[in-house]
Design a protein around this ligand. Sequence first.
Ligand code: SF4
Length: 516
Amino acid sequence: VRLYVPRDAAALAAGADAVAEALQRECAARGLAVQIVRNGSRGLLWLETLVEVETPDGRVAYGPVRAEEVPGLLDAGLLQGRPHALCHGLTEAIPYLARQERLTFARVGVTDPLSLADYAAHGGWQGLKNAAAMAPEAVVQQVLDSGLRGRGGAAFPAGIKWRTVAAAAGAQKYIACNADEGDSGTFADRLLMEGDPYCLIEGMAIAGLAVGATQGYVYVRSEYPHAIATLNEAIARAAAAGWLGRDVAGSGRVFHLEVRQGAGSYVCGEETAMLESIEGRRGIVRAKPPLPAIEGLWGRPTVINNVITLATVPVIMARGAAFYQGFGLGRSRGTLPFQIAGNIARGGLVEKAFGLSLRELVEDFGGGTASGRPVKAVQVGGPLGSYVAPADWDAPLDYEGYAAKGNVVGHGGIVVHDDTADMARLARYAMEFCAVESCGKCTPCRIGSTRGVEVIERITSLQGAAHMANVALLESLCDTMERGSMCAMGGMTPYPVRSALRHYPQDFGIESTSVV
Ligand code: SF4
């Protein structure tokens, strides 16, 4: 009998290692022959540790399982997939999973992340094989035609970036993957790197062939030790099998790949600060132009894409641009792995085509708050994203629709708060976060964030005219930060601050939204 117990960090935090050991020990004591596969996480994080058993009808899920529950589960017939209070039936039929459109995450949680045989058996390397047989320009055209845009947050069309690097002069070019996933409430990159590392490797190799780059780097934050270990092992195995190195997939072309570890700085998720860090310097934002596509790593043309962007390329190259383009809304093509976190009953990863609403994500998938209290505020797009106005919770989620309302989709992170949240405190926290994480290069961000903390403290402590004067001062400060900062750190910190002020004025001691 084959059992699956995730090796993903989220599952490990919930006790997955102890569950795997208990299963091994208890089955051995009962003389039951089992094979335990350590898969990635399915992304149903509230059910971790999620144990699955292979049955003739498919995999049956049990969760959340604790080590001490293993003997009882075996007594109840876990190995036969029999009913139990923790049994959810066939994994693929769990509504949270069944309603998703998993293209990028199709294998995550299904396969053994480091098994090359598993990867190939589930469609792996087909995209790279197709790319290796095509002219580089044709590969770039496929990515352009797919409509894929950068999933790190900026949503810039990936194909245009690739075309720029392909056309740039120079014998040495690079692919840099941004895996510095620092946004609070986001974990899609980590889930992918730990659960299906070959998918990212394949996407980067395709990018290398398409633009003529011979070296790639995956810049992973130091807070992700499991992802780093998994990627390093996967890169070694992929190279030994001929998917990387001097003759990528039999193409006769070269592509080497290395992991570079960050050192705990949020701003190193900004692409030019990341380049500085990869080059071995302190992570400080570079002025643009020149664009990294023209002068990136060590002054050479460099494609910088996020993990999810690159890991989506294999499915595009395997199934065609039209297939991927068939998902989505308007100019937001394909799917996005949304990550639901914060005060939420069913937190986890939901990959869906653009166009669903925030309410569907928070209520239908997420099941409302974990506390059971009403949802008060939802922040979309990480710590620099806005609190989306409750009136817009039913609007379709896509890049243009969100931008038109002053919101951002970002990396797809969604953080939920219940009605006990104090939005003035959350606004103060946004400014404090910026003050702590600012790289210090420009004044509006470095000084403005500290002044922002002070102004919000005065708004919440003063009354009357002094109170209103500080509200006006906060608006003015936000203007300066938005217009005068060099990068999104200072430029977008006003988004959560202003949206909190606009949609929840009572938390700032203001009665009417008309004054702000
Ligand atoms: Fe650095 Fe902040 Fe300026 Fe960005 S906005 S360059 S993080 S000081």
